[in-house]
Design a protein around this ligand. Structure first.
Ligand SMILES: [Zn+2]
Length: 549
């Protein structure tokens, strides 16, 4: 090669190199996978809370997730019952109760002849306490989770951990192959687990427990974060339809959280925003001590904030207590995001946030504003049904259980007396339709024959499993439920129970939003698509294409 040609060649190649470097600098290449995925569930968070309290949120929490991330504004559950266990399972399996088996927090087991709890497991032991609070595992979940699929995809090199005050909020998201799931035992205020996961708590968990952090929170009492008069989004503090914290005379601030006989404050802490702050503290400790995101493979942490649910049930969505709980959760989420900025960098973390169900406004609040709503005594209703069955078919114990608004029939008795389920159904329906609060009564073997709208039939079908569900479902009118005159609940097909947030943030996520309908079962397949791994085996959802493009 001649000298001139060589110079030209060098110049060209240098030019090309520096051009390439410039390009590289202006558009930094994203890592090809995130170091850490965090799936956040806010227990009982309805969609509208993102906006309702927005003027008081910080810039670093919910508003940062919305402002920098992708917001699926029209995200819904598409099954009933809309309850905690079913919701956590659906988010992480991309499935529905009909397929994943989690048809409620509890269901009646016809074979065992008793009601079973979603994550109970008598074959394991409690690790970290001398209570029965650890006799839990995911064995009742029939399918894999997205956390399981991540581990399968890389030959179990990922670390996956689930954290929540509620056992089911930690266990179901973390899946069958989890390194750990931790939940809160109110007896000593410790984070515990079960022998399904490990033989002994890691030293860092023991150290965390020994710091007595719950006691430190409780000592502060619970007063409002902002001056009380600034809570203009909520009803005045003292309402007859609000529930009370254990040991309190009135549902008002300041909630002293003072020690008194017969009250376990380590249980009461669940119903205060401190339960969420404690969950955040423990999640940060888990990330650092387990070095999540620092290995060669993507790790996955699931965090469910349970206190929003306890507070919501007791005081209702329009209470100052609920508003204050969300303002404080916003700060906890801001702290988590800012920690991750320094620890891994936003571009290395993929986060999604959703909820396991919404909630109804408190019926008393609606009635006070001339809106149609109410609660009624389920026992009285069931007695009426039993009396009608006795009158029609002779004395007998025809109904074995009433769970999730479903009657489980005594099939042995029906068989012995040659009574068909349809005959029983006709009597139950006729009896219940005399009530104004019951919308319809559905024979669960003949869902499509019911008169409820087709889309609601689909919700019932998605929530029904022949081995775990009941025989007859009573379907209540909007804003009606069985229960007491204070507080509220969830579980229905109606929009206040199905419409929840879905926010995406971090690695590969572009800013934007959609009002196109997305379903809860779409979350896991979307995570699978982002990570280029297989969807969970029971998944029925679709990839949300706006999120991944
Ligand atoms: Zn819940």
């Amino acid at each position: 090669m001649q000298k001139k040609t060589l110079m030209l060649w060098l110049g060209l190649s240098l030019g090309i190199t520096s051009q390439a470097q410039t390009t590289l600098k202006t558009t930094p290449k994203l890592p090809n996978k995130p170091k850490l995925v965090i799936g956040i569930v806010v227990d009982q968070m309805r969609y509208d809370y993102l906006y309702r309290y927005a003027s008081k949120y910080t810039n670093g929490g919910f508003k940062r997730l919305m402002g920098e991330g992708f917001n699926c504004r029209n995200h819904h559950y598409d099954y009933v019952p809309t309850v905690t266990a079913a919701g956590h399972a659906a988010i992480f399996t991309g499935s529905v109760p009909a397929v994943d088996g989690i048809v409620g927090n509890e269901w009646f087991d016809q074979k065992a002849g008793r009601t079973v709890y979603c994550v109970e497991d008598s074959t394991v032991k409690t690790i970290g306490a001398d209570t029965k609070a650890g006799l839990m595992s995911p064995k009742n979940l029939w399918v894999s989770t997205i956390t399981d699929q991540l581990k399968i995809a890389n030959n179990f090199q990922s670390k996956t951990i689930g954290i929540a005050l509620k056992d089911r909020g930690a266990i179901l998201p973390a899946g069958h192959t989890a390194n750990a799931a931790y939940w809160f035992d109110s007896k000593d205020g410790h984070w515990i687990t079960s022998s399904f996961y490990m033989k002994d708590l890691p030293t860092w968990v023991k150290d965390f427990n020994s710091k007595k952090i719950p006691q430190k929170y409780l000592a502060q009492g619970w007063n409002t974060l902002l001056p009380l008069e600034q809570y203009t989004e909520s009803t005045p503090d003292d309402q007859a339809y609000e529930g009370k914290l254990s040991g309190e005379q009135k549902p008002v601030f300041p909630h002293e959280l003072a020690a008194q006989a017969g009250v376990n404050l380590l249980e009461v802490i669940r119903s205060t925003p401190y339960g969420n702050s404690l969950t955040k503290d423990f999640a940060l400790a888990a990330i650092q001590n387990e070095q999540l995101g620092k290995g060669s493979q993507t790790d996955f942490l699931t965090v469910s904030f349970s206190s929003t649910d306890y507070v919501g049930h007791a005081f209702g969505p329009n209470s100052i207590e609920a508003e204050d709980t969300y303002l404080r959760l916003d700060k906890d989420i801001a702290e988590l995001l800012s920690f991750l900025d320094n620890y891994l960098g936003k571009e290395n973390v993929l986060i999604f946030l959703s909820a396991d169900h919404g909630v109804a406004d408190v019926p008393g609040f609606w009635q006070a504003h001339k809106l149609p709503a109410g609660t009624f005594d389920a026992t009285a209703m069931t007695t009426a049904v039993k009396n009608a069955l006795n009158a029609s078919f002779g004395e007998g114990n025809y109904i074995k259980a009433d769970e999730n608004n479903q009657f489980y029939l005594n099939h042995a008795l029906l068989k012995a007396r040659k009574i068909s389920v349809s005959q029983v159904y006709e009597v139950v329906r006729e009896t219940l339709l005399q009530r104004n609060d019951v919308a319809d009564v559905i024979d669960l073997q003949h869902i499509s024959e019911s008169s409820i709208p087709t889309y609601q039939q689909g919700y019932v079908r998605n929530g029904f499993n022949p081995r775990r569900s009941g025989d007859i479902l009573y379907f209540l009118n909007p804003s009606w439920f069985t229960g007491r005159n204070t507080g509220t609940t969830h579980g229905s097909v109606y929009r206040y129970d199905t419409h929840v947030p879905l926010l995406w943030y971090g690695w590969k996520i572009k800013h934007g939003e959609t009002s196109g309908r997305t379903n809860i079962s779409d979350i896991a397949p979307t995570v699978a698509d982002l990570l280029s791994i297989l969807e969970p085996n029971g998944s029925v959802g679709n990839v949300i294409t706006e999120v991944v493009k």
